[in-house]
Design a protein around this ligand. Structure first.
Ligand code: SF4
Length: 485
């Protein structure tokens, strides 16, 4: 019988996935095994996801970033979803969530799984609602059927909103923005229509049996997350969190890997307290936060309002950040929005890793600063979080090859370039022997993580774009080495 990473870690076994994760994070495999065994880290790796390059999510490892993709009723093209997958991984997504609600859902998901080197997450209740045709028509059997089918297909983690209970619903009455989670609002409508408890809560043990069989990590959804800073940290949010703590223990006891989802919209001064409360209630299970947005006033710029909250959350111990794009609250993101959202979140994740002293994280900063001071423009571009953008912006005003050795750029101009003036002055004083020590990133403890140009990814595993037309729907890459006993 197959066992999960959690069960194998508890048995003292170091799996191939743990070895690979340790290599990517530059850590000891035993450190990874212990964190997984203690429930403080997860390795979402469904046995059937053959293209996966395993990664780890936990507060003691590099902060990860998720990007949402997925088709809607208005835009449901499988090839388009593969293009979104490519864009997301190219710009540094550590995981993707397929939130499709329209089109041939199983076909789109299968295609994404065939090509994705990063873990793929879903929210099964979306597909269940499309099949039931209305929230009220959902049944427990249908929910279990969809979860089973997606698990068999190879989904690595699933958001299950089992923590929204009937008794929590009145606590949302005084809110400005009510219930803003899609899953939470669907389940609230179902409970009110039927006068019965949340079916995902009632059937949670059966759900865990399915997840355990395929080693699907459960991501406990926060259906009552606040949708505005006014609603943050209220009774409804924290009542649900208590239930998520109970469910964390139940799922882990069943051998299922667990992470817990968090808010949403939270004023900056409450973010750290939210993270600390989750870690206490859920016994250190990895916290996966959406933002949070720290103000509600900036539609069109919510990748910025939320990246501020995400930085603070990661600094306080959140393990994974779900990106937000500039289109949040306004419309479906396009490729440029995905790029901007991922850049904002990779900055948030890296800034927190630097501040938290993650081994080697700052080497990247030091290498880029050194290249900058030495006017090594090409190396500066190569090291940039988004090399294409850095090169483009520089070349908009100084495009020629001769400017790649210039001791200035167009920002201050040759006369007022402070770094040139400083270097000339130091050389004149005889003080300057060397501008900076060359940083050898290959020798850095972060050699395989935080590594430009695509974060924690092995660039050779980037899904090809455009895909081979024959292979597009059925392709496969190397296995994840997790064929179990
Ligand atoms: S001109 Fe200004 S911005 Fe450009 S390299 Fe010199 S100091 Fe930096």
């Amino acid at each position: 019988m197959s066992r999960t990473q959690l069960e194998r870690a508890r048995a003292g076994e170091t799996t191939p996935a743990m070895d690979r994760v340790a290599e990517r994070e530059n850590r000891e495999a035993e450190t990874v095994r212990t964190a997984v065994a203690d429930g403080e880290a997860v390795i979402p790796a469904n046995h059937a996801h053959e293209a996966l390059d395993p990664m780890v999510i936990g507060a003691d490892f590099a902060t990860k970033v998720n990007a949402n993709i997925g088709a809607s009723e208005d835009a449901s093209d499988p090839a388009g979803e593969l293009e979104k997958l490519h864009t997301a991984v190219h710009h540094g997504a550590d995981t993707v969530m397929d939130l499709s609600t329209g089109g041939p859902l199983a076909e789109i998901r299968g295609s994404i799984l065939d090509h994705s080197p990063v873990p793929v997450g879903t929210v099964p209740i979306y597909e269940a609602v499309t099949r039931a045709e209305s929230p009220e028509a959902l049944t427990t059997d249908l929910l279990l059927e969809v979860i089973r089918e997606q698990a068999e297909q190879g989904v690595d983690y699933m958001t299950i909103h089992a923590g929204v209970l009937m008794e929590h619903l009145p606590l949302t009455d005084g809110r400005i923005t009510g219930i803003v989670s899609r899953g939470g609002s669907i389940l609230a409508e179902w409970m009110e229509a039927h006068g019965e408890q949340n079916p995902l809560y009632v059937a949670f043990d059966e759900i865990c049996e399915v997840l355990r069989e395929h080693d699907v990590t459960v991501s406990l959804g926060d259906g009552l997350r606040p949708g505005s800073v006014a609603d943050a940290s209220d009774a409804a949010q924290f009542a649900e969190l208590e239930t998520l703590g109970e469910l964390t223990e139940r799922a882990q006891s069943a051998g299922v890997q667990v992470m817990v989802e968090g808010p949403g919209h939270v004023p900056l001064d409450q973010v750290a307290a939210n993270v600390e409360r989750q870690r206490e209630v859920c016994d250190g299970a990895p916290f996966y936060v959406l933002g949070p947005l720290v103000t509600d006033i900036a539609p069109g710029y919510d990748h910025i309002t939320s990246a501020i909250g995400a930085t603070e959350a990661a600094r306080a111990g959140a393990a994974m950040l779900c990106y937000v794009t500039p289109k949040e609250h306004l419309g479906l993101p396009d490729a440029d929005d995905v790029r901007d959202g991922l850049a904002a979140y990779r900055i948030a994740a890296h800034a927190a890793d630097v501040a938290n002293g993650l081994p080697g994280a700052r080497d990247w900063d030091d290498a880029l600063s050194s290249a900058r001071y030495e006017f090594d423009w090409r190396r500066q571009f190569d090291l940039a979080l988004d090399p294409e953008r850095a090169r483009d912006f520089h070349d908009q005003t100084l495009p020629g090859d001769n400017y790649k050795e210039a001791r200035f750029c167009s920002m201050c101009g040759v006369e007022f370039c402070s770094m040139r003036i400083d270097q000339d002055a130091r050389e004149g004083d005889g003080e300057m022997t060397r501008t900076a020590t060359e940083i050898d990133l290959d020798a850095s403890p972060a050699a395989a993580t935080n590594r430009p140009p695509v974060g924690t990814h092995d660039t050779e595993r980037l899904p090809a774009w455009p895909p081979d037309p024959v292979d597009a729907m059925h392709g496969s890459a190397e296995g994840n080495g997790e064929a179990d006993d």
